[in-house]
Design a binder for this molecule. Structure first.
Ligand code: MEV
Length: 305
């Protein structure tokens, strides 16, 4: 029996634009998905103690299929316990895939270093979602604050991170895949219809990520926050905002956050704020109808528990 855990992530900059090769900065956070695998008579899955049908869990299904490339995989019982809100833009699918790959590779003695885990998890996300950047799976595997495409670690922002969940993530399994895939497709459609308007927005987001890297290296949390606010406006321009998310973003800023923006695919799910006064910002988010979480950076990515 092996248990591995992998962290969720937030984007300080660059979601959606990163799908088109632009820079992004993402940060692993101490909300973990733990996966336990035990050889069994037949393959089964439970999440939070509830049984799940394998046919409705495309990330798990594809992980098991890809592991067959490395060995004849015997039946396994898979137990999932997750602190990461599902389909809310915090990287629940990446954390599940990465933790499951690691647990299976250790349990069955398959040699997979962290780079191979990250690359294989990215392959699985692409299979399930249609399009996916390597960001979520890389950050969940390696931990810390990372700029892509360079995959270089950056110093953590010297202030607190507050996540606000607008509470309209859409369940597990297929719904999780559809939400991210649907939002990525929505941006692709907009870009195809109005390339002259959308391409500059995408490259402006990449520019914000690159400027954000310099501010993170200088330890300028206030500056990073200002750029996050601009990034939020550009995500709205790409059509991935919602009324509820916007309310939480403004509530966080009104409560004194340095900056606040959507994190992840959007269309519901979560926003993220940087602040020194995390308690007040969390209270502001809750008053605006969100569920607030003050999170630490996960310096460690996937690990054996
Ligand atoms: C989803 O967490 C982030 C997106 O940029 C998609 C991706 O990078 O694969 C929307």
């Amino acid at each position: 029996m092996v248990t591995c855990s992998a962290p969720g992530k937030i984007y300080l900059f660059g979601e959606h634009a990163v799908v088109y090769g632009e820079s992004a900065v993402a940060c692993a956070v101490e909300l973990r998905t733990r996966v336990t695998v035990v050889p069994a008579e037949s393959t089964s899955i439970t999440s939070g103690g509830q049984p799940l049908a394998i046919g409705e869990e495309p990330y798990i299904q594809n992980t098991l299929k890809i592991m067959e490339e490395f060995l004849a995989l015997p039946p396994v019982s898979i137990r999932i316990d997750s602190e990461i809100p599902i389909a809310a833009g915090i990287g629940s699918s990446a954390a599940l895939t990465v933790a499951l790959l690691r647990a299976l590779s250790i349990e069955f003695g398959v040699e997979m270093d962290l780079s191979l885990i990250a690359a294989t998890a990215h392959r699985i996300e692409r299979l399930v979602q249609g399009a996916a950047s390597p960001t979520d799976t890389f950050v969940s595997t390696m931990g810390g604050v990372v700029v892509v495409p360079e995959r270089r670690h950056l110093p953590p922002p010297g202030c607190k991170i507050v996540i606000g969940d607008a509470g309209i993530g859409t369940g597990a399994g297929a719904a999780m895949r559809e939400k991210t895939g649907e939002m990525v497709l929505r941006v692709a459609d907009l870009r195809e219809a109005y390339p002259d308007a959308v391409d500059p927005v995408i490259s402006a987001i990449g520019g914000l990520a690159r400027s954000g890297v310099l501010l993170l290296e200088e330890g300028d949390c206030r500056g990073v926050g200002k750029l996050m606010n601009i990034n939020h406006g550009l995500l709205e321009a790409l059509g991935v905002g919602t009324t509820r998310l916007l309310r939480l973003v403004h509530a966080a800023r009104d409560a004194g956050a340095f900056g606040a923006k959507i994190t992840g695919a959007g269309g519901g799910g979560c926003m993220v704020a940087l602040a020194d006064n995390a308690r007040e910002v969390a209270q502001g988010i809750e008053r605006a109808g969100g569920k607030a979480m003050v999170v630490e950076i996960a310096q460690e990515g996937v690990r054996k528990e």
